[in-house]
Ligand binder design. Structure first.
Ligand SMILES: [Zn+2]
Length: 217
């Protein structure tokens, strides 16, 4: 079961956006001190669409082409605005949990040819330091003990399940591919277990326009 003491509810308020109207509920992570935001559309019931989104300043605020976080967040907000659900925006997850400065250091190493995994390891850091116990607790607070998860990353489903949230279905979110992040996406598929139709085991690369959409049906 999710641990209710892992989070502390702080405030709920309305947030109109270009994607649609949402409610935002803020939760302090009592272990890390980070403030996570549940961005809610409609009245989510068990089985609702959920995106666990790791914050990414460079991708979301600056439109960085090195990752696909910005397009994924936009697409997730569009999908839940239309179908109802929750985007759980997780702070402290910059650079898969290594922080903004270390992410920039890893980018610097990537300029010398290291891929995203080896750059983290070269810095003495894990390839992925994220965990989702607080997200599970916040979902439980919303009454969502069962979800349909918008993700390409099976590790997120497994982590939610390990923390007491049932994942009924994985809904792909394949957006944001470009010529800059092709190597990054290929590494995520080859070395981090991400399920990406455009970067399958055979190494085939689809045109960005051929990438799967976000149809949650
Ligand atoms: Zn990113």
């Amino acid at each position: 079961m999710p641990d209710p003491s892992r989070i502390r509810f702080e405030v709920e308020t309305r947030l109109p956006t270009v994607h649609g109207g949402f409610r935002v509920r803020a939760y302090t992570d009592t272990t890390t001190g980070d403030l996570h935001l549940a961005i809610i559309s409609g009245e989510p019931r068990p089985g609702a669409l959920v995106r666990l989104h790791s914050e990414c300043l460079t991708g979301e605020a600056f439109g960085s082409l090195k990752c696909e976080c910005g397009p994924q967040l936009d697409a997730a907000l569009d999908v839940i605005a239309e179908h109802g659900g929750v985007v759980m925006y997780l702070r402290g997850h910059e650079g898969r949990g290594i922080g903004l400065l270390n992410k920039l250091r890893a980018y610097r190493l990537q300029e010398d040819g290291l891929d995203t995994v080896d750059a983290n390891l070269a810095l003495g850091l894990p390839a992925d330091a994220r965990e989702y116990a607080a997200a599970a607790s916040a979902l439980a607070d919303l009454g969502l003990d069962r979800v349909r998860l918008l993700t390409n990353n099976p590790a997120k489903s497994e982590s939610l399940e390990a923390n007491g949230i049932e994942v009924l279905e994985r809904v792909p979110l394949e957006v944001g591919f470009n010529e800059v992040n092709e190597g990054y996406m290929r590494t995520k598929a080859a070395r981090m277990g991400h399920l990406l139709d455009a970067f399958g085991p055979a190494g085939d690369v689809a045109e960005p326009g051929e990438a799967a959409g976000t149809d949650p049906a």
